[in-house]
Design a protein around this ligand. Structure first.
Ligand code: ADP
Ligand code: MG
Length: 498
């Protein structure tokens, strides 16, 4: 070999070595990055852990807070609001009734025809529209004019000019925000939740606002009931099955109500109802307990929300927030490693990842997780390998599993408070023979998260059995109520007329 050739070979060897070194270095670096991501995931799993012992602590805390909220005004983060609903629909109602439901994401309008027996319930044309986002921080007048206008259009379409016999139409207004009632058909807004911010409306009578707007449009319609969405769901549940005593909503937000004995509502001494009971709207979204497993993502989400330090339970279990928790985990992983490629600015946008997308990724059945890839692409993250897609599915699983299990603990807390969990409530122990006599208890459940996210529903139902045990679980029936809040509210307003 000549001198030139030797020199060339030497350079080639050096070059090959350095290429190899760079490749080994890269591989080590990438392994280190992967390790970082695995550590973040592990930390998330640990912080979201909900062993049954911990769930039982949440159950107890829920029951204790319910007592405290019933004992005195402001005695708990649970407001335990009176609804003035003491009789639920029985099935004997007759006539045509309307419901208008303002949820967190959607508003719905429907009409029901009732024939005087349970089997004759004809739900006509449920109209469902997203709430235009500008209305959420507009003015009271703009919001209610819009609702009245939508109702007018619905009536024109439904009645097709055939109204009518000059009969005033009865309407239930289903309103999914905390209200302090003064009667079944009146009450003032306590505060907004779920991103709504129309401050002038706080303290205003909500039914009166709607009635005013209907009158301005010249609509012959009377707001006969102002109904929390959970109370609507309970009404529909009870109409079909009188063992229904609890209703829970998992939609944009989350809340629960149940039938309580009036003598247990200590803060309203002397409260008398013919049935001896009243539906209590818990406003459980605001529940808090140190036993709730909280992560740094929850803390940041809360601090950056429009209602910091409020609705802590809702922020862990409801549709508005699950997507944003998942987004925060992905963002942190992308900041601390390069497994998602260059950091996408889209990932920093609050609420850009919706819970619908979380369930679509979680339940992606394609072998290469193409749905995950598609949704990540929408977030500005392209071409990630299957291994990374699997990681994203795992994040969705951890966040949703925690939500479902905590939701179950909340329900079990209510059952405990009313002595339907097999333990005899929080004040007295009961014998085994009494447990054998456990009453059948139906829990009506509705809301977009529960109805559409199978994994959430399965985790919730599985945890409920885990908490209650097989034996007691046999007496607890969870029933899905599609559009229960709106239909049930119409039934409730009907029951007031008979
Ligand atoms: P609202 O809260 O306005 O009464 P819904 O009860 O229908 O309305 O709940 C809507 C919410 O439910 C959505 O904002 C979303 O968070 C959640 N949701 C709806 N569909 C799905 C889905 N397929 N997967 C997961 N969450 C869903
Ligand atoms: Mg709803």
């Amino acid at each position: 070999m000549g001198k030139v050739a030797v020199a060339f070979a030497a350079v080639a060897v050096v070059a090959a070595c350095s290429v190899a070194a760079v490749m080994v270095g890269r591989r080590m670096k990438s392994r280190r990055k992967w390790r970082t991501v695995v550590e973040i995931l592990k930390e998330l799993e640990d912080d979201c852990d909900t062993p049954v012992g911990r769930l039982r602590q949440v159950v107890d805390a829920m029951a204790v807070e319910m007592h405290a909220g019933l004992a005195s005004e402001g005695g708990s983060k649970l407001k335990m609001l009176l609804t003035f609903v003491d009789d639920l629909p029985t099935g004997k109602e007759k006539g045509t009734y309307y419901a208008l439901h303002l949820g967190g994401t959607y508003f719905r309008i429907l009409r029901v025809l009732l024939g005087g027996q349970r089997s004759y319930l004809d739900v006509q044309d449920v109209e469902r529209h997203p709430i235009p986002s500008h209305l959420m921080n507009s003015t009271s007048e703009v919001l209610f004019n819009f609702l009245a206008f939508s109702l007018e259009r619905f009536i024109e379409k439904e009645e097709n000019g055939s109204n009518s016999q000059g009969v005033r139409r009865e309407l239930a207004f289903t309103f999914s925000f905390p209200v302090k009632h003064t009667s079944i058909s009146s009450g003032v807004l306590i505060k907004w939740t779920k991103g709504f911010e129309i401050s002038e409306m706080v303290g205003q009578d909500i039914a009166e606002c709607l009635q005013g707007a209907l009158n301005r449009r010249g609509l012959d319609m009377h707001v006969g009931a102002l109904v929390n969405d959970t109370v609507g769901a309970l009404s529909l549940g009870y109409y079909h099955d009188p063992d229904t005593v609890v209703a829970v909503v998992f939609g944009t937000g989350s809340n629960a109500c149940y039938l309580e004995r009036t003598d247990a509502i200590i803060k309203c001494q002397g409260l008398l109802t013919t049935s001896g009971s009243m539906v209590v709207n818990m406003e459980w979204g605001n529940f808090w307990s140190s036993h709730l497993p909280r992560t740094s993502y929850d803390i940041d989400l809360d601090a950056e929300s429009s209602n910091a330090n409020e609705m802590g339970f809702e922020k862990m279990i409801s549709g508005m927030y699950l997507g944003d928790i998942v987004r925060r985990v992905i963002l942190r992983m992308s900041q601390e490693s390069d497994i998602f490629g260059p950091i996408s600015p889209v990932l920093s946008e609050p609420y850009i990842l919706r819970t619908n997308s979380v369930s679509a990724m979680h339940e992606d059945g394609t072998p290469e997780l193409q749905e995950v890839a598609r949704i990540l692409k929408d977030l500005g993250v392209s071409d990630v390998p299957v291994k990374v897609r699997k990681l994203v599915v795992k994040i969705c699983d951890v966040v949703t599993r925690r939500a479902g299990r905590l939701a179950a603990a909340g329900i079990a807390g209510i059952l405990k408070k009313i002595g339907r969990d097999g333990s005899g409530g929080i004040t007295s122990g009961r014998s085994r023979s009494e447990i054998q006599m456990q009453k059948r208890t139906v829990v009506a459940v509705e809301g977009g998260l529960y109805m559409n996210y199978t994994m959430f529903r399965e985790y919730m139902e599985e945890a409920l059995v885990e908490i209650l045990g097989e034996e007691v679980s046999q007496y607890v029936v969870v029933k899905a109520m599609e559009d229960g809040s709106s239909i049930g509210s119409a039934l409730l307003v009907a029951s007031l007329q008979s």
